[in-house]
Design a protein around this ligand. Structure first.
Ligand SMILES: Nc1nc2c(c(=O)[nH]1)N[C@H]1C(S)=C(S)[C@@H](COP(=O)(O)OP(=O)(O)OC[C@H]3O[C@@H](n4cnc5c(=O)[nH]c(N)nc54)[C@H](O)[C@@H]3O)O[C@H]1N2
Ligand SMILES: Nc1nc2c(c(=O)[nH]1)N[C@H]1C(S)=C(S)[C@@H](COP(=O)(O)OP(=O)(O)OC[C@H]3O[C@@H](n4cnc5c(=O)[nH]c(N)nc54)[C@H](O)[C@@H]3O)O[C@H]1N2
Ligand code: SF4
Ligand SMILES: [Mo]
Length: 697
């Protein structure tokens, strides 16, 4: 007997509806949900292949304990008792703050998991939290908090009405983007074009030429392109905030900040002709309805907070915020908690490595290995929840060594991944099909808002447990009270409070078959609906260091040699960060798991051809890879995919057989490398040296 169960994909923010076929209690097939009112039968190959992860013989199905260089299966009770004892010992010796938690990306798609991890850490008395957020989007949370007073305020482009869409740092076809949840976003961009609207991509890689032109800027220069646009707009038509007139304070300071950045002044740093920048600015200002979407390409530069703030300033200064066809704050199904934001200089923490500001409670990930090695108040135990910092963060072997040196490293995961390989314990988590869930993360950034609940599609086939049960079990073993007692009958009901203002409840969702649409009043008053009232201070004190640093880094970029290479990321259609690496599809079948991509003109300059091997190095590390050409890349820019580098990952046997290299061995980390305001690591536009090795035969 086959059952069809409605569920949704939790790999990326598109959140595609899926139909799962279950036969004799086993998940046998996934299909796109054609009857889904919003995602309407859209799904990609990765999402449909999640069934291969679910069934992967390499999945961790029982708790594992390290014994020497190998791992043995133990019972949950044994694991809990031993981990509890080790945690108590670490706390007794070094204090509660010696215990930390790292939250990986899949927590975004797990309604209870991450929250329970944070509660666990708090219950132990620690505030040492790290997450993929500071590799990804911390700058956006920071700007939302500083500018709008709530971390949840992220104005999305009104794709169905805009005349002019600036699409910055997002390879929409491959990744489906971030902080904008639209089923089939490439199709949505095509519709803008078909309607007669204009789409301009800002990216070192040419993006979708059939949809719009790409301004192929130099990586890590977005703040200056945006500043120059504001400069030109101010010089020509002036700032016209429209409905925000009288509701913003500090526009003159914005003008003062952009004064030095005329299109001519930034042209070399940005790598675009001054005339092109000026025309872009004037066209943007002249468009009836203009909008912007900026994603990780902008976030991951050294100044993600400054760049994202300038995006907001462009929208405000041209009267495109909260306007039809501009950007607006989309409705979400979950109440936005509004802790009063500290926007003063006092919101920075002082440390041995200089001041920094936490974002969503997270410490800068770039300091992870320093905190382990710090003698004053070192991190001695780390729980990694659905993450793989050893491959996803800068540091390479140094970070791996720091992880190895911990008194206790616990990984809660589907696989014994590269981080789990170094752990004392690997604890098996249920996957997306083995737990009930809700699409919490995308609330407030959906083009068409809806709340979706999914039942557990199948029971775990062995000893996998949900994260809330794992943290609860650990706390009980330590004689402490879990925030969610282990006998809780309906843990999902915990979300009812946050859902209530939207008139939604878990019970109503269950009854409705999973999906409840939300009314979307759209632009016009959308900021007020978030609870944001009064005058917006455009230049809060906590942001000022980002402006000052912006001036300093401009001088640094301006002084750089013009012929050096800059390394960026290239996501591929078959991988999600590091975690689909064990599937046969993760590696292109041409013998090179993770090549270095470059423009053929750079190949000529270096005297290398496709297949030749090169050494890529900088102050942080050196790796080797085979060359592939891509004429769509800007000259001087090279690209690799992150998440490879499993040569020693014994728990992912197929990934280990074709490991590729870990590009994050070249990523800056440590003091001075991260954005003190936005918390982001420096992930894109990394200076590297590329040298030919042996010639391919
Ligand atoms: N150079 C470079 N580095 C980057 C990036 C880049 O563009 N360039 N991108 C950055 C970005 S955007 C991100 S988000 C980070 C990602 O960084 P991380 O989140 O640290 O790494 P992932 O590879 O996503 O690892 C996720 C892990 O979660 C596990 N997992 C999946 N589902 C579940 C679940 O339901 N429960 C549990 N417990 N585990 C689960 C997977 O098996 C996998 O091992 O990487 C960042 N690093
Ligand atoms: N197939 C696949 N899909 C994914 C993921 C994956 O690993 N694989 N990861 C998921 C995750 S965790 C995330 S956060 C989202 C990310 O989704 P997006 O933010 O859309 O990320 P990408 O598609 O990698 O696009 C980043 C773009 O930025 C460009 N870029 C690089 N440096 C710069 C720069 O300095 N300035 C500008 N303007 N552009 C630059 C790159 O060339 C690239 O085209 O994708 C999600 N979806
Ligand atoms: S686009 Fe994203 S959400 Fe949709 S099926 Fe693919 S991976 Fe899953
Ligand atoms: Mo991400």
């Amino acid at each position: 007997m086959a059952d069809s169960i409605r569920t949704f994909c939790r790999l990326c923010e598109a959140g595609c509806g899926l139909t799962a076929t279950v036969e004799h209690g086993r998940l046998t097939r996934l299909r796109a949900d054609r009857d889904h009112p919003v995602t309407k039968g859209f799904a990609c190959g990765k999402g449909l292949r999640a069934v291969e992860v679910h069934d992967d013989p390499d999945r961790v199905r029982r708790p594992q304990r390290r014994v020497g260089d190998t791992f043995v299966s133990v019972t949950w009770d044994e694991a809990f008792a031993d981990i509890a004892e080790r945690l108590e010992a670490v706390i007794a010796r070094h204090g509660p703050r010696s215990v930390g938690l790292y939250l990986g990306n899949p927590n975004a798609f797990n309604a209870l998991g991450g929250a329970m991890g944070v509660s666990f850490t708090a219950a132990l008395g620690s505030d040492r939290l790290f997450s993929a957020t500071t590799q990804d989007c911390a700058n956006k949370y920071t700007v939302a908090e500083l500018l709008y007073g709530t971390m949840k305020a992220h104005p999305i482009p009104d794709l169905e009405r805009t005349d002019f869409l600036l699409w910055i740092g997002s390879n929409v076809r491959v990744s489906k983007s971030s902080f904008l949840s639209v089923a089939n976003p490439l199709q949505a961009l095509r519709r803008v074009r078909q309607r007669g609207g204009r789409v301009v991509f800002v990216d070192p890689l040419q993006i979708e030429p059939d949809v719009g032109e790409t301004l192929q800027l130099r990586p890590d220069s977005d703040p200056y392109l945006l500043a120059a646009m504001l400069h030109e707009i101010h010089r020509t038509v002036g700032f016209r905030p429209g409905v925000f007139e009288g509701r913003i304070d500090g526009l003159d300071e914005v003008a003062a900040f952009v004064t030095p950045y005329s299109p001519e002044a930034v042209a070399d740093v940005v790598g675009l002709p001054a005339g092109t920048i000026a025309a872009l600015a004037r066209d943007f200002a002249a468009a009836e309805r203009a909008s912007i979407h900026a994603s990780t390409g902008l976030n991951m530069g050294r100044q993600g907070a400054l760049a994202y703030w300038l995006v907001q300033m462009l929208l405000l200064a041209t009267g495109n915020l909260d306007q039809p066809g501009g950007n607006y704050f989309a409705t979400g199904g979950l109440a936005k908690p509004r802790a009063s934001a500290d926007r003063t200089a006092a919101s920075f923490e002082q440390s041995t490595w200089g001041p920094f500001r936490r974002t969503v409670g997270m410490l800068p990930g770039a300091l992870l290995s320093d905190l382990v090695e710090d003698s004053a108040e070192p991190l001695r135990a780390l729980v990694v929840l659905a993450g793989n910092p050893v491959l996803s963060m800068g540091g390479g072997e140094q970070l791996a060594d720091a992880m190895r040196s911990l008194d206790l490293l616990v990984s809660i995961d589907l696989y014994r991944n590269a981080t789990g390989e170094l752990a004392h314990y690997v604890l098996p988590a249920t996957d997306q099909f083995e737990r009930e869930d809700l699409n919490t993360f995308v609330q407030g950034v959906q083009g068409v808002p809806f709340v979706q609940w999914t039942p557990r599609v199948v029971e775990p086939d062995a000893e996998q447990r949900q994260e809330w049960q794992i943290f609860g079990g650990l706390l009980e073993a330590m004689g402490r009270r879990p925030p969610l007692p282990l006998d809780t009958a309906d843990p999902m009901a915990l979300l009812d409070g946050a859902l209530a203002p939207s008139g939604v409840s878990i019970a109503a969702l269950r009854q409705a078959g999973g999906i409840l649409p939300l009314a979307e009043p759209g632009p016009g008053g959308s900021l007020e609906r978030l609870g944001v009232e009064g005058v917006l201070n455009l230049v809060p004190d906590a942001l000022r260091p980002a402006l000052e640093r912006g001036h300093a880094l401009f001088r640094e970029l301006d002084g750089e040699p013009a012929d050096g290479f800059k390394l960026i990321t290239r996501r591929t259609k078959n991988t999600i960060n590091s975690w689909l690496q064990n599937l046969p599809s993760a590696v292109a079948d041409d013998g090179e798991p993770n090549p270095l991509w470059m423009n053929p003109r750079d190949g000529d300059r270096l005297g290398v051809a496709p297949g030749d091997r090169v050494r890529i190095s900088n102050d942080y590390g050196a790796i080797e890879a085979g060359i592939r050409f891509d004429p769509r890349l800007r000259v001087g820019v090279v690209a690799m995919t992150h998440g490879f580098g499993n040569a020693s990952t014994s728990g992912m046997t197929r990934a280990r057989d074709r490991p590729g290299v870990n590009v994050n061995a070249l990523a800056p980390h440590g003091p001075g490398t991260f954005d003190p305001v936005g918390g982001m690591s420096h992930v894109t536009g990394i200076p590297v040296d590329v040298r030919p090795l042996a010639r391919a035969t």
